[in-house]
Ligand binder design. Structure first.
Ligand code: DON
Length: 329
């Protein structure tokens, strides 16, 4: 087994020049990203930090937000009510698919595709649009451990061009999944996608999920621990869209990607992993991100179904220095 700091440095060098994929362009502001940005961050449940590359570079969280807003909706509504509105079935369809709502229930298939995420945003409680946004920002603040803000140009860009999401919202309204505050619900959805994070933040958020909802740095409870299994289940089956099956097979880590180039992965009761590189493939997943997760999973036996007897995980931190490592910038 390799030493973790050395191994992530090796992965950084190995994939730094991989330039396949392209920047997301359907949200015009996202084309301003630098295709060279690349970072790998790992935070253990003990709060140790290992990272390499552009881990402090800011970008918008995009679809990775869906995981955390789903957790909030579970707390706001409870599991049963949520299940009546949004399923938990993988689709095999692209993230922005307009073609399906479940034939009988008319529910979106799951909360990770856009239709399901818009329905989820529609279930967030609050006395006004501002109150809902503030509650959502507070939720993100608990996961990240510091103040958070929204990238206004990305929000405006997505709001001005999100015709497909608007069509989905109308479909959801037609079937009674959301109420007729379409503009307010879509604004909240676009705002959650425009939350500003860096790769280190994403790793802390993933580590919070790994640590039963408790932020390992601040020790604050970000989400009730009873909902962690719901969140990780949908990440595992639906988090990588129409690559979810192959990801589960090859990588075996509950994960979620976003079109700005982030991917988070959760190793339950151990650590959170985040990779950021904005060049994405046609399914909307970061090209370098997939490579890094595949290699990490292989090297450290992180696949959920690797035999526990054979596991020689880096996450047994007693094998490593107690010092946290920061490599590069
Ligand atoms: O709804 C959208 O199109 C974006 N705000 C989020 C999409 C996204 O990140 C999909 N992920 N791969």
């Amino acid at each position: 087994m390799s030493d973790l700091p050395e191994f992530i440095e090796h992965l950084y060098e190995k994939y730094r020049l991989l330039d396949s994929g392209s920047l997301a362009s359907y949200i015009p502001e996202l084309t301003k990203a630098d295709p060279n940005w690349f970072a790998i961050s790992i935070v253990t449940k003990e709060g140790e930090v290992f990272q390499v590359g552009d881990s402090q570079e800011h970008f918008t969280i995009q679809s990775i937000s869906k995981v955390f807003v789903y957790g909030m909706a579970l707390e706001d509504c409870n599991r049963q009510i949520l299940l009546e509105k949004i399923g938990v079935e993988p689709t095999g369809d692209p993230f922005n698919s307009v073609i399906r709502l479940d034939e009988n229930s008319k529910r979106p298939d799951n909360p990770m595709v856009n239709a399901g995420a818009i329905a989820t945003a529609g279930l967030i409680k609050g006395s006004s649009a501002t109150d809902k946004l503030n509650r959502m920002l507070n939720m993100f603040r608990r996961y990240i451990g510091h103040d958070v803000f929204i990238d206004a140009p990305v929000f405006m860009s997505e709001r001005a061009t999100g015709h497909r999401n608007r069509a989905l919202a109308n479909l959801l309204l037609n079937f009674g999944i959301i109420d007729n505050n379409i503009d307010e619900i879509l604004d909240l959805y676009f705002q959650q996608c425009s939350l500003v994070v860096n790769c280190h933040d994403l790793a802390v958020m993933a580590a919070t999920l790994a640590n039963r909802g408790i932020n390992p740095i601040t020790k604050q409870q970000a989400v009730k621990s009873c909902y962690i299994r719901d969140i990780l289940s949908v990440m595992h089956t639906c988090g990588m869209y129409n690559y979810a099956g192959e990801w589960a097979y090859r990588v075996g880590i509950p994960a979620k990607s976003g079109v700005s180039g982030g991917i988070i992965g959760v190793i339950p009761d151990k650590a959170g992993i985040a990779v950021f590189s904005p060049l994405i493939d046609k399914r909307g997943n970061s090209v370098r991100g997939i490579k890094v997760f595949e290699d990490l999973s292989d090297e450290f036996d992180l696949h959920l179904f690797d035999s526990p007897l054979e596991k020689c995980s880096f996450l047994d931190i007693s094998k490593h220095s107690k010092e946290s490592m920061v490599i590069g910038n």
